[in-house]
Write a protein that binds this ligand. Structure first.
Ligand code: SF4
Length: 244
């Protein structure tokens, strides 16, 4: 479990001057496989997933943000104690300041992990040389994304990002949140498509309906355990279940 604390934003910053950061977890053992890490939460996401439980991170702007100087001060003090920094969100790649921020983090000697929805494949491609590990959400088959994210074309962007990552040398974990309306056949098809594309590390997450952005999100019609059972473990070198 993360033993970190969400540091409260302490003062206002000019949101155009740097990466917009909503908060920081000081220590986690579960957000970057095998590494002790801090997590930076970026403000803003272009999508509006029905099951999102980070609603406070979705708008581009926020009344209060954590200054970059404060984050860097913290990371300087933790050199030698932490292995990695995970940039999460919201959607980190929505911000053009991300590359410069990652370069500064690397200069301190940290590995860099990225949690992304894959909404900006070309920006992701430009960042690859700065990143050691990526956790990529693949939310559905491409054509079914808009029913989850509310944004047309979002599926094609995410699957393009997947292709870019599979062709790179960056360590990759693909994650899927099980929609409560899915059938075993659907997750079987989706997971097979991912395996056929070359995904090796796959994680399935239960949707936390009580915290979902959309109050109309229904309860599971098929229990998540039954959905999980439809995924062939032989298809992946590592298959993980979360929240079951
Ligand atoms: S992509 Fe992630 S942060 Fe953005 S709305 Fe969806 S679940 Fe929330």
């Amino acid at each position: 479990m993360p033993d970190g604390t969400l540091l409260p934003p302490s003062r206002l910053v000019d949101a155009t001057s740097a990466l917009r950061i909503a908060g920081l977890i000081r220590l986690t053992t579960i957000d970057y496989p095998g590494e002790l890490a801090a997590v930076i939460f970026c403000q803003g996401c272009p999508w509006r997933c029905r099951y999102c439980h980070n609603q406070h991170l979705l708008e581009t702007e926020a009344a209060e943000l954590l200054p970059w100087s404060e984050v860097m001060g913290f990371l300087q003090r933790r050199r030698g104690l932490l292995d990695a920094v995970v940039v999460s969100g919201g959607e980190p790649t929505a911000q053009t300041a991300l590359g410069a921020a990652m370069r500064e983090i690397r200069e301190l000697g940290y590995k860099i992990g990225l949690h992304t929805n894959g909404a900006y494949p070309e920006r992701l491609r430009e960042l690859l040389s700065l990143i050691d590990w990526v956790g990529l959400d693949i939310k559905a088959l491409p054509e079914d994304y808009p029913a989850i994210t509310g944004v047309s074309g979002s599926g094609e962007l995410a699957w393009s990002s997947l292709q870019i990552l599979l062709e790179s040398k960056v360590d990759l974990e693909v994650r899927t949140t099980l929609m409560p309306t899915w059938t075993p056949e659907y997750i079987q098809t989706l997971s097979q498509r991912l395996a056929d594309a070359g995904v090796q590390n796959y994680a399935l997450q239960v949707c936390t309906i009580a915290r979902a952005r959309d109050p109309a999100l229904p309860a599971y019609t098929t229990p998540p355990q039954a959905l999980m059972a439809a995924v062939d473990p032989q298809n992946f070198s590592h298959l993980e279940r979360r929240g079951f």
